[in-house]
Write a protein that binds this ligand. Sequence first.
Ligand code: APR
Length: 272
Amino acid sequence: MSGTELAEAGRLLAAARRPVVFTGAGMSAESGVPTFRDAQTGLWQRYDPRELATPAAFRTDPALVWGWYEARRHGVRRARPNPGHLAVAAIRARLPETVVITQNVDDLHERGGVPAPVRLHGSLFAPRCSACARPAPLPSDLPPPAGPPVQHAGPEPHAPAPPDGPLTPPACAGCGAPVRPGVVWFGEALPEAALSAAVEAASTCDLLLTVGTSALVHPAAEIPLVAARLGAPVVQVNPVPTPLDAICAVNVRGPAGEVLPALVRAAWPDAI
Ligand code: APR
């Protein structure tokens, strides 16, 4: 990350009053939560999304899908918010009109101090019935969330190992159908309320900070475009170029856990 980019991004953040922070899987990478498309480590490099992240996959093999999400849920419970999550909370504390919009299904923004991010792709912690949509309780064997955020994030050392392999999903207490993970699968519509809140925020923001997304999955990837089209400057934080580069006022190349705290310090030297 170059000092010039950081200084310019800091100037834009200091001048903002209604920023949007838009995040993807890269936001949680330094907490030990895998992204989807990063070479070698990305989930879709290791697993076939057609077998795990579609309604058809769940109909075909509910135990395989439920087991996989259960393992991811345990993995997130073992993870802790990283300094990037804390910096997003610091921006919101400084600018109360900040809207945080996430594609992530982990709960690290909430545990990092942002109570209610706009969730475009659902949550690992909101299972519901696959037939009647009745909310279902979280499985009782889920370990409690790992300890407080730390400077050098990563898995909780002694947390129990996550389940590995197929697991029969619980039955809905109402209609008896299998319970499914509360995430948005490929081919499914985004939650209407969340999508319209995101478009509304992007349409009225005076800065959009996009962090850790490859911007390849639509319609979520259109949110930064909405802001740019309406004249708001867009600042991108990502170690590598993405399709958003061309619309960004500033591209800060680096990991969110390092760049975001530095960005907050650049905007408000007295902040941290
Ligand atoms: N800090 C910032 N960015 C990072 C970091 C990091 N430490 N590590 C990786 N990245 C970047 C990568 O360079 C990549 O551009 O984060 C991005 C992650 O991209 P994806 O894995 O494609 O994740 P995302 O954009 O969130 O995916 C969108 O796709 O699979 C679906 O529903 C799923 O919400 C997800 C959606």
